[in-house]
Design a protein around this ligand. Structure first.
Ligand SMILES: [Zn+2]
Ligand SMILES: [Zn+2]
Length: 135
């Protein structure tokens, strides 16, 4: 790759925004990478900050997932209920007995989310997650 402005000069990197090759002279070094122009500097700033935002949201949602055993036990109850209703329906009509088999995935889901609820119950409470410093 060579510089997009200076033919023959090797590029030291690419603009983070427009991906053009840049030589040492053309490149402006920023926190998140290189930029070719003031316009691209702004774009790189936006790209870097949105990446940081994304990482922050991921951190928060992971925290929510860890700290909501209530969510899983709620899902377990709903899945168990649906499973029982489907099984009862299937078993009460001999012609539709195979429908009862459809209850099995729901019962399995109820079992799994019940286990998840128990394993997450020991984790940090929502209050603890909120106090966690966001880096
Ligand atoms: Zn650029
Ligand atoms: Zn150049």
């Amino acid at each position: 790759m060579e510089c997009f402005q200076h033919e023959g000069r090797p590029a030291v990197g690419a603009c983070r925004s427009c991906l053009k090759g840049l030589c040492r002279e053309c490149a402006t070094e920023l926190d998140g990478g290189l930029a070719c122009s003031p316009k691209c500097e702004r774009m790189v700033g936006i790209i870097v900050s949105s990446l940081e935002q994304g990482a922050r949201y991921q951190h928060v949602s992971a925290g929510i997932l860890r700290s909501t055993p209530g969510l899983w036990s709620g899902l377990a109850v709903v899945a168990l209920f649906v499973g029982i209703v489907v099984a009862a329906l299937g078993l009460s009509f001999s012609a539709y007995r195979s429908i009862a088999l459809l209850a099995l995935p729901f019962l399995a889901l109820a079992f799994l989310s019940g286990r998840l609820a128990r394993s997450t119950a020991g984790g940090p409470s929502p209050a603890d997650a909120a106090r966690e410093p966001v880096s």
